[in-house]
Design a protein around this ligand. Structure first.
Ligand code: PMP
Length: 397
């Protein structure tokens, strides 16, 4: 049996794995020192945990411990990367390149930088209908780079449609042209193999709460080997994190982050298969139960273009918000996903060329580690019934 509401919003956030909680508890109750306290055993013990965790996370993404800056999450990491590079390299150039389907925590800082005299080029992605909808080509990045380009920012996996961008090819382009590459890998880390050298990235953002770890802790990878990236700090104070991010370290969070990533890596191949099988079951179930159901984003097969746990579906002639409001036994999100500031239809779905109406009739399903077959079958039944009812009522879209 399972409890309702059934949680199918794992791209918004995830439940903390009990094994992560176990790893964190001693840091709340026993080893509660400030990792910056160098004068006593509580501080030394906390520092040891931080060092071990930093090393573990660094190994997981193929970097050195000193190349990781802990932040409070990917939003902060993205802001530090974009503003930090723009401010430091403004003398070299003022042109930045990114993509229309990026997360708001990339697009909004870019907009603010544009207000401050930087020039931003946002590249389009493959439009619907196409098996590669949502994808960008490395050649587009090559064409967009100019002599005054200082940074390219491309996400690895999209949070709404699961599209996995060809980062390694984009990394090669950026390296050849001597331009820094930032990657928002928040949805990809722990789900796909991620190695900073293989991807050729110079900066990379990620967060613990998308990988069954706690909220309020994330990191920014900042390349120091070879091309050393310089950043202007955005939060100043005690000088923690190599002076790039001041503030007392969140030791329980850092330990939970490392444990969460370790579990993801240990279980990645099996979990990817299990989660994508559940996702396919959900989509097949919906297709069998209902007419006029369309997939948003890249095809589910072959699997390399889409996150295993992501499904984004359009139910023609149904308003997504109404559908979510009437299916209270399910925890889902509309296409506009986890951005409470975005009241209109999702900018990602609009970037795929969907009309406002089509974007508004879309729903995102995020399947995760704790999802079960029973829950998926239940979700199909609940959605099918609700969609049929709303269509019969002529729900306004
Ligand atoms: N980037 C992407 C792709 C995301 O999915 C999210 C979370 N919605 C963020 C950035 C922001 O992460 P955080 O919640 O850790 O600030």
């Amino acid at each position: 049996m399972f409890e309702t509401p059934v949680y199918l919003d794992n791209q918004a956030t995830t439940r903390v794995d009990p094994r992560v909680v176990d790893a964190m508890l001693p840091l709340l109750t026993e080893v509660y020192g400030n990792a910056g306290s160098a004068t006593h055993a509580f501080g030394w013990a906390a520092r040891k945990y931080v060092d071990q965790s930093r090393e573990q996370i660094a190994t997981a993404i193929g970097c050195r411990p000193k190349e990781l800056v802990f932040t409070n999450g990917a939003t902060e990491s993205n802001n530090l990367a974009l503003r930090g590079v723009a401010e430091k390299y403004a003398g070299k150039g003022r042109h930045l390149v990114s993509v229309t389907t990026e997360h708001r925590s990339v697009l909004d800082p870019l907009e603010k930088l544009a207000d401050r005299g930087f020039e931003v080029t946002l590249l389009p992605v493959v439009a619907e209908p196409d098996d590669q909808a949502g994808l960008l080509a490395a050649e587009q990045v090559a064409e967009a780079i100019r002599d005054d380009t200082i940074l390219v920012s491309v996400m690895l996996a999209n949070n709404e449609i699961g599209a996995i961008q060809p980062l390694a090819a984009i990394g090669q382009v950026c390296q050849q042209r001597g331009v820094l590459l930032h990657c928002d890998a928040t949805q990809a880390i722990g789900k796909l193999p991620v190695d900073v050298d293989r991807l050729g990235v110079d900066l990379m953002s990620f967060s613990a709460h998308k990988i069954y770890g706690p909220k309020g802790i994330g990191a920014l990878y900042v390349r120091r080997r070879g091309r050393r990236v310089r950043l202007a700090s955005q939060i100043d104070g005690g000088g923690q994190e190599f002076g790039l991010r001041s503030g007392t370290l969140n030791v329980p969070g850092i330990v939970g982050f490392a444990r969460a990533l370790e579990l993801c890596l240990d279980e990645m191949p099996e979990e990817a298969l299990r989660v994508s099988a559940l996702r396919d079951r959900l989509f097949q179930g919906l297709l069998a139960a209902l007419p006029e159901v369309e997939l948003n984003g890249p095809a589910l097969d072959p699997p390399q273009h889409r996150l295993p746990g992501n499904l984004n579906v359009r139910f023609d002639r149904v308003d997504g918000q109404t559908l979510l409001a009437t299916t209270t036994d399910l925890a889902l999100s509309s296409g506009s996903a986890c951005s409470s500031a975005e009241s209109g239809p999702s900018h990602v779905l609009r970037a795929l060329g969907l009309s406002e109406e089509a974007a508004r009739s879309s729903v995102r399903f995020g399947i995760g580690r704790f999802s079960t077959e029973e829950e998926i079958d239940f979700a199909v039944d609940v959605i099918a019934e609700a969609v049929k009812r709303l269509r019969s009522l002529g729900s306004p879209v």
